[in-house]
Design a protein around this ligand. Sequence first.
Ligand SMILES: CCCCCCCCCCCCCCCC(=O)SCCNC(=O)CCNC(=O)[C@H](O)C(C)(C)COP(=O)(O)OP(=O)(O)OC[C@H]1O[C@@H](n2cnc3c(N)ncnc32)[C@H](O)[C@@H]1OP(=O)(O)O
Length: 253
Amino acid sequence: MARSLGRVCLGFHRLGALSSAPPPPSLLTSSRSVRTIFAPAILGLPSFFSKPRDFSLPNSSWGSEMMRLYKHYNSQCEVEMEGGEKQEGPWQRLPSYNRFLKYATGGVYLSKIIQSKARLFTRNNRDTGATFEYVLFFNSEEQKCVAIFQAGHLLEGPPGHVHGGAIATMIDTVVGAHANIVSGPVVTANLNINYRRPIPLGSTLVIESSLIKKEGKKVFITCKVTSSDGSKLHTDTTALFVSINISHLLLGS
Ligand SMILES: CCCCCCCCCCCCCCCC(=O)SCCNC(=O)CCNC(=O)[C@H](O)C(C)(C)COP(=O)(O)OP(=O)(O)OC[C@H]1O[C@@H](n2cnc3c(N)ncnc32)[C@H](O)[C@@H]1OP(=O)(O)O
């Protein structure tokens, strides 16, 4: 598990390594993964880069349910031992940027991408709280990812309710991040969503993904979207991810 965790960061971080040296062994093997994963890309920056915004941190648009659940999981990311010493807890918060590659190191393919104006669309929003507000946590013991998601008013589909495509986007984001952690670079091959109950705009939801199995290049994951108190099931999903060589995306092979 430690090994696969180390590969989380390599999903896209590895892009920067395409034309340069492979990532240090510590990144590949460290079980301190997700925290350390993102740090080197940031810490290694020349000083003229500003620090990227981590969109997974609370902002003023987060409602009380969003904050309650955030605190619930965040408080389990670090636990205090006897004697006051702090240790990693069972959960890890996954930082989230609107342009991951911008903060990785160079490479011919990478620089082409940087020149574009691409943004992770779930994080491409100037009107805070209007679309996707979410934070992901990962639990390596349980092989689970949990996202707390607050659905903003610009995600409307049926009047007053969240668009099915926006729900699929969030599911794909959560299971996609989970599959990346488990298996390195992957793409969604199949996403099968049962929509059981409409989601009112403004709702806070819990999206929980669980690893079913890994089979060669394939990763099978299930995912449920429930109300924040767990009493209502909104969707259930099965997903298949397939491992790729990152050049598959960059070179269109
Ligand atoms: C740095 C990291 C941080 C981590 C935090 C990241 C944060 C960032 C957050 C954003 C996260 C967003 C996550 C979004 C993730 C996407 O949305 S990805 C974009 C949407 N997906 C795509 O565009 C994929 C397009 N499709 C493809 O590229 C190719 O069809 C695939 C999926 C790679 C498969 O290619 P292929 O040549 O068919 O692969 P192949 O090796 O033949 O097949 C492998 C196996 O899979 C099976 N298979 C393939 N496709 C299927 C299918 N559709 N159904 C069933 N079985 C299939 C094959 O039968 C084969 O099975 P076996 O024979 O091995 O048993």
